[in-house]
Design a protein around this ligand. Structure first.
Ligand code: C2E
Ligand code: MG
Ligand code: MG
Length: 602
């Protein structure tokens, strides 16, 4: 076979001219005997813990110096046998994927250097796919950004050739190489695999978080999906999920293995719980989220803990800057590392305190807040402290018992995250929750199985009003409508009421209150009275306005009125927000036939 050349390579001036690399012999044996194994590592959806596919990773003979793929590929590069190795690896991987499940994807690494090879360009993979009954849409080629790509035009052409055949492309190890963003910008990959260097300790590194967020924003704009590689700890997973990264891979889920193994049920449960918490969080604001939700239940000291033990603790846990002092489950003080070290740095500090109890040096009046105190209120109290204690940890109690601690950094980060999320999900005109939140709320109500009523508000004849009176006045009408509906909702049923702005002149409320008819009458009464203010005296007197219709013909339009279509869970079982929308749509049609404010409950 063609790769059996007894190649002699003179890559070192010190070596004799007839030097034959012993590794080359072993490498050629591997190729000849097709002695490559494939191991598979799952790639997991971070919304629900479902495995979307497996990455195929190649291994040389067990226990040999060429077992690791990097060693194999280093030799392949050295002796220009990349295509031979790659072809063998790919065949071995594809032979196995029949057992994977047809709904799963297989991620296959390609060395960018083999794109120069004519044999690669002919797309041998298609024959292999047919042989193993695979669909091209389930095959993703991973191209690493670790090696340089010199000719982007040629590279792009090659990728186009592959994508036109239905394959997908992933850029591997993003954030590790030097071509970085250029490769991303030029290849429009379906997936961006972020290198594990960027994932490692991301929970403790604000810079890595910022970079991951920037990549995430980029992926949203370019319609790629990010896979975070090498996730090893729960804290890394949580941080990555907080940023919104959709997929993950790493030892935390499963190490590469010979079979197509599932991830641990415990890790899947963590993902599901975190997703549910995130869903609840989109309804939260700094005014509603309790501080307890961002408190960590860290270790505590007793007042009798020795100062030297406290120093050991801070030395052992590099990130710990403070710790609560707790007695009989009640917080009695706080020790901040900086303050402790300053006390010891005084003339006789070490001699005086090192072997004495921590209670002598603890802060006796730390900020202690109840679990249910909203973030906004805690921020105010934290920032009202003296300048030298503004960054001291905040202790959280529940039923007067110690619960946990939080930092000012975490408090400010969560506050700004909630504000950004709120702004993202709100209607810019009224500030009310928009469609994502409306849909999520409906899903929650349906899942809860309780009784609820959904009220769809629609302003009749709003378009001609907007055309004649202008957008500015149109916006005023929408804001006034939102305010008066909200006022009545609060008056009738303040607990658990939800009010959102679908867009334009459509609003939706979800309530528990049984007395919907009375609420509708109150809203309509206020609406009809209030809307008079938005017309000229003349139009008000006439009771209509004159405007061009869709066909450019002058037509008379009645003054704006309000239709309220109500559907209740009492009368039927809803299985999805779409079913609620469809039912309400029918009721709305009937309301629209009446040319004055009205409501119908179905
Ligand atoms: P890669 O494509 O970035 O693959 C991920 C590597 O990270 C794998 O190493 C995997 O075992 C390892 N890994 C996954 N999760 C974790 C984790 O949580 N922590 C740590 N520390 N490591 C994790 P592996 O299998 O040694 O592969 C190394 C590289 O060799 C791969 O990096 C890939 O670039 C290359 N490679 C492997 N098989 C092939 C192949 O068939 N063809 C080509 N061209 N390259 C391959
Ligand atoms: Mg890879
Ligand atoms: Mg990688």
């Amino acid at each position: 076979m063609f790769w059996f050349s007894s190649t002699t390579v003179d890559d070192s001036e010190d070596r004799p001219r007839n030097f034959v690399d012993p590794e080359l012999g072993e490498f050629n044996d591997i190729l000849a005997q097709k002695n490559i194994r494939t191991v598979f590592q799952p790639i997991v959806a971070l919304a629900d813990g479902v495995i979307i596919g497996y990455e195929a990773l190649s291994r040389g003979p067990e226990g040999s110096p060429l077992e690791r793929p990097d060693a194999l590929f280093r030799l392949a590069h050295k002796y220009n046998l990349i295509w031979e190795l790659e072809y063998l690896c790919r065949t071995k991987a594809l032979e196995r994927v029949g057992d994977m499940g047809s709904d799963k994807m297989v991620f296959i690494n390609i060395d960018p250097q083999c794109i120069d090879d004519q044999r690669f360009q002919k797309g041998l993979t298609r024959d292999l796919l047919e042989k193993y009954g695979l669909d091209a849409g389930n095959v993703i080629f991973e191209i690493t950004e670790r090696t340089a790509i010199d000719d982007y035009k040629k590279f792009r052409k090659l990728l186009d050739n592959y994508t036109s055949q239905g394959y997908k492309i992933a850029i591997d190890d993003t954030g590790s190489g030097y071509s970085g963003l250029r490769l991303l910008a030029q290849t429009h990959p379906h997936y961006i695999k972020v290198d594990m260097d960027m994932v490692r300790d991301i929970d403790k590194d604000g810079l890595k978080q910022a970079m991951m967020r920037a990549l995430y924003d980029f992926s949203v704009i370019t319609n790629s999906k990010i896979i975070a590689e090498g996730i090893e700890t729960v804290d890394e997973l949580n941080t990555i999920m907080d940023i919104g990264i959709p997929y993950g891979q790493g030892y935390l889920f499963r190490k590469p293995a010979a079979g197509f193994l599932d991830i641990s049920p415990l890790v899947r449960q963590l993902i599901v719980t975190k997703t549910e918490q995130k869903k609840r969080e989109i309804f939260q604001t700094p005014l509603t989220m309790p501080i307890g939700e961002i408190a960590h239940r860290d270790e505590v000291f007793s007042p009798a803990t020795l100062v030297c033990q406290a120093i050991d603790h801070f030395n052992d846990i590099a990130n710990a800057q403070g710790i609560a002092v707790v007695e009989d489950n009640q917080p009695v003080g706080l020790v901040m590392k900086n303050n402790l070290l300053s006390s010891l740095a005084t003339q006789y500090g070490v001699a005086l305190y090192m072997h004495r109890p921590i209670k002598l040096l603890m802060e006796r009046n730390p900020l202690i807040v109840d679990y249910d105190t909203p973030l906004e209120q805690v921020s105010k109290s934290a920032l009202a402290r003296a300048d030298d204690s503004i960054y001291d940890y905040i202790i959280v109690v529940r039923n007067k018992q110690y619960w946990g601690m939080t930092t000012v950094k975490r408090l400010l980060e969560k506050t700004s995250q909630l504000e950004i999320s709120r702004a993202k999900h709100s209607n810019p005109l009224t500030g009310l929750p928009g469609n994502v939140l409306i849909e999520e709320k409906l899903k929650q109500m349906i899942a809860s199985g309780g009784d609820f009523a959904v009220l769809y508000f629609d302003i009749d004849n709003f378009k001609p009003y907007n055309d004649i009176y202008g957008f500015e006045n149109g916006d005023k009408v929408l804001c006034a409508t939102a305010t008066l509906i909200q006022k009545w909702l609060w008056e009738k049923d303040s607990s658990g009421t939800f009010f959102g702005h679908i867009g334009g002149d459509d609003f939706v409320a979800i309530i528990h209150d049984k007395n919907v008819a009375e609420l509708c009458q109150s809203v309509i009464g206020s609406f009809d009275a209030r809307m008079k203010d938005f017309y000229s005296e003349e139009d008000r007197q006439q009771g209509n306005i004159v405007a061009l219709n869709r066909h450019g013909i002058i037509e008379k339009y009645p003054l704006i009125s309000l239709s309220i279509a109500v559907v209740t869970s009492g009368s039927r079982v809803f299985r999805s927000p779409e079913e609620v929308g469809e039912a309400a749509g029918m009721v709305k049609k009937r309301c629209k036939m009446i040319w004055q404010s009205c409501y119908e409950i179905s």
